[in-house]
Design a protein around this ligand. Structure first.
Ligand code: 13P
Ligand code: SF4
Length: 400
């Protein structure tokens, strides 16, 4: 088997609520103050710990001037404002990787996002480009819920019962390069939250069963949306032999979803939607597709990060929006659309704790390294994994 174990540090659920607060202001502090929050921070030279936000801004801008034309800073929509303001391009995971691949002149891609996104950029970029992640501990707990060996074991178990050509593995973009490679190698494909339904159509034109990794909610919601009944969807529990399923259940199912989820998006509940509706009669509820099915069903609009942004930006003046997604994005949408009422459905302010680990001090550390010819936190992907993962990504791009 060509697929290798991934080495990214697993992020725990406990770390995920580390930055939760009841204040609606997520203001950047010096890194030494933020180190008080109980998550695994990457070690950084001491001088960066006490730099004030203003000094960080000035120094980052200076580095950008020195590296002009050579560096492209990409910022995911979930990044904090203090990082996003330095990005040359802002987008969701798909758009950012596309931007990286379409910027061949940028020798250095500094990816302000999480590990799987930087890996994806590496897969689609040319060999002359180098990708960096400012804080190496900025992983993704959902991607970590699907370790390569567990997924390989599950695949072997499934194809011991049904023919490999009848099962199409689909992995959500939010997965490691190794899982993408596994899909590429076995006739499978990658999907994003904006094209999952089209990818299901493609998969069912190739086989009669889908193995969906790692987000059970996106997998289930897309399957239901595609017309598959809940009885035909089973959940693969990686902690149990044969996923906790009987041979009969595996053979009969149409979709097998991996038991993974996003700790940020599963904080939202149908009850929060009921409360928002009781507060505002004409409210529009807009949520991300990584929510449990009952929450999706209680919402008015469901869609990817880009869909959420476009919907709110295009909405009429005076409209009211209860949004269910990452708080840094919701706060930014509210700030940029002062003519509308926009708020997060979750009253507790909980940023994605791994995205939040990209503090501007880490961005500066990586940029100053590049100015001095030192490569810090370069992300690389093994050639064989890269090749197979590219196959799965290409299949997705062809049906888009
Ligand atoms: P997208 O950028 O594809 O929206 O996904 C980011 C993410 O992490 C969603 O939870
Ligand atoms: Fe991963 Fe969820 Fe954070 Fe996205 S929001 S990076 S899926 S943990």
């Amino acid at each position: 088997m060509a697929v290798k174990k991934n080495t990214a540090m697993p992020i725990t659920e406990i770390e995920h609520s580390a930055f939760c607060s009841t204040s609606d202001q997520l203001k950047v502090k010096t890194l030494s103050e933020e180190f008080g929050v109980n998550v695994r921070w990457q070690k950084i030279p001491e001088k960066y710990l006490t730099m004030q936000p203003d000094e960080l801004d000035v120094r980052i801008s200076k580095c950008k001037e020195i590296l002009q034309g050579k560096v492209k800073i990409l910022g995911h929509h979930y990044q904090r404002d203090e990082v996003i303001k330095h990005a040359d391009f802002e987008g969701d995971s798909f758009k950012l990787s596309k931007e990286a691949s379409e910027s061949p002149d940028a020798e250095y891609i500094v990816f302000c996002g999480v590990h799987f996104m930087a890996e994806t950029a590496c897969i689609v970029c040319s060999d002359d480009q180098k990708v960096f992640l400012p804080n190496i501990n900025a992983g993704c707990s959902m991607a970590d819920m699907a370790p390569t060996d567990d997924v390989l074991d599950a695949w072997d178990d499934i194809v011991s019962l049904v023919s490999a050509s009848s099962v199409v593995p689909i992995t959500y973009m939010n997965s490691t390069a190794s899982i993408k490679a596994l899909c590429g190698e076995h006739g499978g494909i990658v999907c994003t939250s904006s094209n999952a339904k089209k990818v299901f159509e493609w998969a069912f034109s190739k086989g009669d069963k889908v193995f969906f990794i790692p987000d059970q909610h996106l997998g289930r919601n897309t399957a239901v949306n595609f017309g598959i009944s809940l009885e035909d969807i089973v959940v693969w529990n990686p902690f149990k032999p044969f996923g906790g399923l009987s041979s009969e259940q595996i053979k009969k199912s149409k979709v097998i979803v991996w038991q993974g989820h996003c700790a940020v998006h599963t904080r939202f509940s149908a009850q929060q939607i009921v409360q928002a509706r009781s507060r505002y009669k004409d409210i529009n509820i807009l949520v991300n597709p990584e929510f449990p099915l009952e929450v999706e069903e209680a919402a008015d609009y469901v869609g990817s990060t880009e869909y959420i942004i476009n919907t709110v930006n295009k909405a009429a003046k005076g409209t009211i929006w209860g949004v269910g997604t990452e708080i840094s994005l919701v706060n930014r949408l509210a700030r940029l659309n002062p003519d509308k009422t926009i708020f997060c459905l979750d009253p507790i302010v909980c940023p994605c704790s791994t995205m939040y680990r990209i503090h501007p001090a880490y961005l500066l550390w990586v940029l100053e390294g590049l100015c001095n010819g030192i490569e810090i936190n370069r992300i690389t992907v093994d050639d064989n994994i890269k090749r197979n993962a590219f196959v799965a990504l290409e299949r997705m791009l062809q049906i888009n």
